[in-house]
Design a protein around this ligand. Structure first.
Ligand code: PLP
Length: 374
């Protein structure tokens, strides 16, 4: 059966070169990076080369990159540290954040009694910068700001340059979830007014189970996991050398091919929108302006068909994600769309399609045929 994968915001397939780099390490570099003999030194060397590669691609220094098991862990590390080590008592964020941020902030609020302010969301799905400035003006310096760069459900792009500048002017720390943008857009951490950032390799054609935190130099942090000196003592536990090497290779290739792949993905997305418009005159994009890899659309189909939409696409070998309402057995609407779409819109079926350079125009044709036949 033909398989079409249009869920690249959830995870991406590995590039063959990444698999090769990882298996080379698994085969030949099994040493413990903490061992002082040649096996250990070789593994350690691989980790430090990977750290330098990632740092160079993102415009920071190697010592500012800390490896973690995923972006969720990196966000937990930073936000918990903000409260425990940096005396943060107030967090400004938004309700369109990924649960990695939202639930961590809620947990900190419950455990440490910090206060949390949520910025207003505009009808276009982006954050209200004026409301953000108002919140900042009322805030003390014991406040941390956390916003994502690209929303994983809608593709809305937040203006992190302006957000960061406002933070800098007011001496506030800024944490940015860059999971959907790292490897897909040039990022220069030397220029961006960001203090903390996080990413996960599996979103840019690297392996699952590895990510990293960017922590601007001279910000003191404490370990959440203790028991070893790995990652400057901040994250104990034997490093997964093959994962780290795979992540660096994936990021390197993403930036090497960025322009051509971006062009291809943009063309695929535009083609998909155009084809959807030929079958549904009133198909609606849930974000007027969205990142080139993500398309969230509401489809004008009746409830009975909508309920089975994802299931029926799955039967045909097509992977997409639900966009909003009660599809695929979920009774809850998307917490992101619920922030800015009216109830009447939330009830309608929507889909999140997310693309990679592996997608072809034929994939889109197959998807369109499948939607038409449902
Ligand atoms: N933040 C965003 C915007 C995401 O899309 C995701 C994953 O879907 C995460 C955080 C969590 O990333 P990880 O799977 O690396 O923990």
């Amino acid at each position: 059966m033909k398989k079409v994968y249009l869920d690249n915001a959830a995870t991406t397939p590995l590039r063959p070169e990444v698999i090769k780099a990882m298996t080379d390490v698994l085969n030949e570099d099994f040493g413990n990076p903490s061992s002082t003999h040649s096996f250990g030194r070789s593994a350690k060397n691989n980790i430090e080369i990977s750290r330098k590669t990632i740092a160079k691609l993102l415009g920071c220094t190697a010592s500012e990159i800390m490896f973690t098991s995923c972006a969720t862990e990196a966000t937990n590390f930073i936000l918990h540290n903000a409260v425990k080590s940096l005396a943060i008592q107030h967090i400004i964020t938004s309700k369109i954040e990924h649960h990695a941020t939202l639930y961590t902030v809620q947990n900190l609020q419950k455990t440490y009694n910090i206060s949390v302010s949520y910025v207003k969301i505009l009808p276009n799905g982006n954050i209200d910068l004026q409301d953000f400035e108002r919140l900042v003006n009322e805030a003390t310096t014991q406040t941390l700001v956390t916003f994502m760069h690209v929303n994983n459900e809608t593709g809305v792009v937040l203006n992190i340059e302006d957000i960061g500048s406002i933070c800098r002017k007011n001496h506030l720390l800024f944490h940015c979830d860059m999971v959907q943008s790292v490897g897909k857009i040039n990022i220069d951490l030397a220029q961006l007014p960001v203090d903390f950032a996080v990413a996960g390799a599996h979103k840019f054609h690297g392996p699952k189970g590895v990510g990293f935190a960017y922590i601007k130099k001279n910000i003191p942090m404490q370990p959440l996991l203790t028991g070893g000196e790995q990652e400057k003592g901040l994250r104990a536990g034997t490093e997964a050398t093959h994962q780290i090497v795979g992540m660096a290779k994936a990021l390197e290739l993403s930036y090497l091919h960025l322009e051509e792949e971006k062009q291809h993905i943009t063309a695929i997305k535009e083609y998909c929108i155009a084809r959807l418009k030929t079958i549904f005159t009133d198909v609606k994009q849930n974000a007027e302006s969205s990142f080139y890899t993500i398309l969230n659309v509401t489809l004008p189909i009746d409830e009975a068909k909508a309920a089975m939409l994802l299931f029926n696409l799955d039967i045909k070998g097509i992977a997409v994600s639900r966009g909003s309402a009660c599809q695929s057995g979920s009774a809850k609407p998307s917490h992101v769309l619920a922030e800015y779409l009216p109830n009447s819109e939330l009830k309608k079926p929507s889909l999140r399609l997310s693309f990679s350079h592996y997608n072809t125009f034929e994939d889109i044709d197959y998807f369109i045929e499948a939607v038409q036949s449902i």
